[in-house]
Design a protein. Structure first.
Length: 600
């Protein structure tokens, strides 16, 4: 009797479940194949999920790994597993993009699926292709679900692409496509989508100890970016502890459709993630004016109203374009700018951009942003005589970028690497605060100190680094110093290195304005450097001036002694003896008396 029950169950399962069907479609003269899983009793206008296999795998393997038939039978959607040419995908050109277009047309014709609810996923190289498709066919895919794959050369988001919903699944122990590059790829789209930069975090997701779910959103058009972080999982699709990757992909994607009826509004300025720093006496900080500009459209009507907010404060409203307003005298703190559009049917859409205005009263640790391997942090611009990178940008595995030091002994954990490929003058640099970047750095008159750790990356004979304070708008140098490292890491982040001492560079600012902090390599082919620690500190405010001249050597050991390039050479009489003859600047203990001293 028990065997009869089992047989009856299997027969019922066969009636209720769908079928896997093979098919072909010709694209540019080449016959391409696929496997389609179609639920029984499929109605018209149901969704389609396309799932691409990894390199050296095939459609049948991907179907077996994803295990999505159960949820497809219940939710009634078609799943297609396409075959790549030579078991791989074109992740830079249009060969397989054209395949996806033809495949969608084919499935629409065969099964009358809803074009507005087509979703794309892929594992490993298929995940890389999924990212590639985000910029190529965003008008045909409603949501994207890469698994264990991202662009190895750095993710990009074309400016004309709509906000895209993305769910990325990845194991932290992946030894093929490293987990360390995931966040950089996602950050590009978090920024593009106008999502909040701080995620909502759910640990032990759905009771699974190994899963942490991070959600950035909602952003523009209400989209979210989600990371399913699978602790200690390797390079495979994870289906255990009651959590199936395919189920989670469907649960996310089914929320999205290309067929919108609500209005779309986008804040085109300011850029997302801008940080403006101003060093000044308390309550005297000045920040740049900001212009809020929005665009709005409605797919089935007209825009009746656009409102612009700074936090909860309504700052402007418009019944017709242009939707733009300038704000001045911004206060310190985080500003959440929002645009809300209402259409003639009363439906609304919103867009959010965050900007921070910070007035550090003492020290600013710029190296706190050195916390993500393979990125150029926000506010930084790098150039190696071949490629300029403006932060935030991420996903880099070569060239100027943040490197995570993994040796058992290291003087810092993360460092910003920059280089000069051709050796031309000032053709290799890392700069913070350029007008083209997402951050500004304003100094009021006063005396400042820059504390830094710098070593060479792959220069056994060592090469100097020039450190310069420049005007942000035209790169006019204000003050500079040269430092030659004494430590070379040896071209591998896994190498041990110690003895990178913190250096100090003191400088005076005599005129309020916006400045850039610049680090230049030597003018030599493949000269390089890596910055591991970086702090700016305001020592005192007020215009610099010479209070007196003296031929006497400094006598107070508490007095700070600087050379004319602003470099701290020591304290008191001992410093003057070590430095020899010359003209020096003395600052006394109360930091008020300043004078030139000629030491005999």
């Amino acid at each position: 009797m028990k065997h009869l029950y089992i047989l009856s169950f299997l027969l019922l399962l066969g009636i209720l479940s769908g079928q896997a069907q093979s098919g072909t479609v010709t694209v540019n003269g080449t016959k391409r194949s696929y496997i389609a899983y179609v639920p029984k009793n499929l109605d018209e206008n149901r969704p389609l999920l396309i799932s691409c296999h990894g390199m050296n795998q095939d459609a049948a393997y991907q179907r077996n790994m994803l295990q999505i038939e159960r949820v497809a039978d219940t939710a009634k959607f078609v799943t297609v597993f396409p075959e790549g040419i030579d078991r791989s995908w074109d992740i830079s050109g249009d060969r397989d993009i054209n395949f996806m277009k033809a495949l969608i047309d084919e499935i629409v014709s065969k099964y009358q699926i809803d074009r507005n609810r087509v979703y794309l996923s892929g594992f490993s190289m298929g995940g890389m292709f999924t990212y590639h498709a985000m910029n190529k066919i965003p008008d045909q895919i409603a949501a994207f679900a890469p698994i264990s794959g991202y662009p190895m050369g750095g993710a990009t988001a074309n400016s004309n692409v709509r906000p895209l919903p993305i769910i990325h699944t990845h194991g932290t122990a992946d030894d093929v496509v490293s987990f360390s590059g995931v966040q950089g790829a996602l950050n590009v789209w978090i920024k593009h989508n106008g999502c909040p930069t701080t995620p909502k975090v759910t640990k032990r997701y759905r009771g699974a100890n190994h899963i942490t779910r991070r959600v950035w959103g909602p952003g523009n058009d209400g989209v979210e970016v989600v990371l399913m972080e699978m602790a200690d999982k390797g390079h495979w699709i994870s289906n255990d502890n009651g959590v199936y990757t395919g189920d989670e992909i469907w649960r996310f994607c089914k929320q999205y459709s290309l067929n919108k009826t609500s209005p779309t509004v986008i804040l085109t300025s300011p850029k997302a993630g801008i940080v403006n720093y101003c060093f000044s006496p308390k309550e005297e900080a000045v920040f740049p004016d900001v212009t809020l500009t929005a665009t709005a459209s409605d797919p089935n009507g007209t825009i009746a109203l656009v409102e612009l907010y700074d936090g909860s404060e309504l700052v402007a409203s418009f019944t017709e374009p242009p939707y733009s307003v300038s704000l001045s005298a911004l206060k310190p703190g985080k500003h959440t700018f929002q645009a809300v559009a209402t259409d003639n049917d009363g439906e609304t859409g919103s867009s959010i951009v965050e900007m921070t205005c910070s007035a550090p009263q003492a020290a600013l640790a710029l190296s706190q942003a050195f916390n993500e391997n393979g990125c150029v942090p926000a506010g930084w611009t790098t150039y190696d005589s071949n490629e300029k990178r403006i932060g935030y940008s991420g996903g880099y595995s070569q060239g100027c970028r943040i490197l995570q030091m993994t040796g058992s002994q290291h003087s810092f954990s993360y460092g910003l690497y920059f280089r000069n490929i051709k050796g031309s003058h000032h053709a290799g640099y890392a700069k913070y605060g350029l007008t083209e970047s997402s951050s500004t750095l304003r100094f009021t008159p006063g005396h400042y100190e820059l504390r830094f750790k710098i070593c060479n990356w792959n220069r056994p004979q060592f090469s100097p680094v020039t450190i310069c304070i420049e005007r942000a708008d035209d790169a006019t140098p204000v003050v500079s110093t040269e430092f030659t490292p004494t430590v070379n890491i040896g071209n591998a982040a896994s190498n041990n290195f110690t003895g990178v001492d913190q250096q100090t560079f003191g400088f005076d600012i005599t005129e309020s304005g916006y400045y850039a902090l610049a680090f230049y390599t030597a003018d030599a082919e493949w000269a390089d450097a890596i910055i591991g620690s970086l702090v700016i500190e305001a020592k005192d405010y007020g215009a610099s001036a010479i209070s007196s001249l003296s031929d006497d050597a400094p006598s107070d050991q508490g007095q700070q002694v600087y050379d004319l390039q602003g470099r701290l050479v020591g304290n008191g009489h001992a410093a003057s003896r070590q430095s020899g003859k010359g003209i020096y600047i003395i600052r006394s203990n109360d930091r008020s008396a300043k004078k030139f001293v000629h030491v005999h």
